[in-house]
Write a new protein. Sequence first.
Length: 433
Amino acid sequence: MIAKTREIYKDKRLTNSLPSVRYVDPEYVYLGITNQRCATGESFVKPGDHVNMGQVIGLRHGPFFDQPIHSTVSGEVVGTIKKFHRSGKLTEFIQIKNDKKNTFADTIKERTDEEIAKLTREDFVEITKKCSLVGLGGSSFPTYIKFQTTDPIDTICINGVECEPYLSADHRMIMEHPRRIIQGCLYAKQAFNAKRIVICIKKKYQDLYDTLTAELTRFPGAPVTVKRVGNYYPQGWEIEMIKTGLGIKVPAGVLPAKLGIMVFNVSTIAGLWRAIKWNEPVMKRNFTCTGDGIKIPTNFRLRVGTSLKEIIDQCGGYNDESENKVLILGGPMMGANLVRDDAVITKTCTSCIIMNEKKYTEEPCVRCGSCVYSCPAGLQPVQIMQAVKNNDKDALKNKLNIKSCILCGMCSYTCTSKIHLTEYCRKGKKLAL
Ligand code: SF4
Ligand code: SF4
């Protein structure tokens, strides 16, 4: 059973009706040489080099793929500098001084509709690989790998649910760029030769429904449906979204592609539009900076590589400096805590939540079962905690199926004794490797 905790969504109201502020001209941008999926990488530039927007300036090496690094401004390379990555790790970044001329690399050029109509699935793989497109909802999964599936795809399912509290970056993406989203969907349909596209949004967001359906009138005959799904967390988990949005239950351990379904986040599909239409990598993204710890919660359209500190200043700075702050990069349920604000906004950062710290004391487990009832993956979080405490790798792996945990945070959120169960799950996943 999934707990339907409606009250936690009220905090989205801080920002979801606010148009995105364009903050696209920081003095410097910082592009990570490595990231959470690519442990090694190399820079192709040196201090003093001039670079253009979209130019390849390095290459990250993942376990089974390489990922080009693109400059997101035109300007001069300053050198490399260590800063905090969204994963919380101190990471080496290439620092570029923005000349604010917005000069594009030669590779960025428009494809005509006729050229696009001739693109094959292999072309989509090549383009998204070169443009380094990844899951922009936070997953960072390389998009070209999705295009490489050998499974026949019948349905493209677009995740516009954004179910974590506080976040509104995707909400603004739909409100501000519905045409890019629909066009991106049609490109994906072409690549997979799919029959239908279903865009899932929360039932309660009439503004999103009206915007998308109005835009669809420009695409007569397009097999696109807007499906209004539940208002609860974790409705945006793809398995849950497919169940509600398409009425299909994906069995545990089975990829949706095996059932003919390919899922993209709404920002990723807008990124696909840009990659196909303009051969452009992700250089800007929507980002929400919100919470009771800053003065002016704001949505931004910003340059990838912008310093978080600069964005906090744009929000008027911290609210009540005397209070300790908690910074979470990503949503409050699944995001990562930051120890300081000297972090960089990468292309997979959706948001930063800044809260005044509230101290909770963990109490002993009272065996109420709330964590078990609330787990969307049907796991036993309380048992997982015990297995982690006992260092019982075998139980974690075989009996408790820790692999199926999606680190959604529901067990911590619902725990009567305020135990950080999700942290135990995170440790359990590492132990069971
Ligand atoms: S974090 Fe894992 S164990 Fe906890 S509720 Fe979510 S899926 Fe279940
Ligand atoms: S919700 Fe908390 S107190 Fe209740 S059984 Fe789970 S761990 Fe124990």
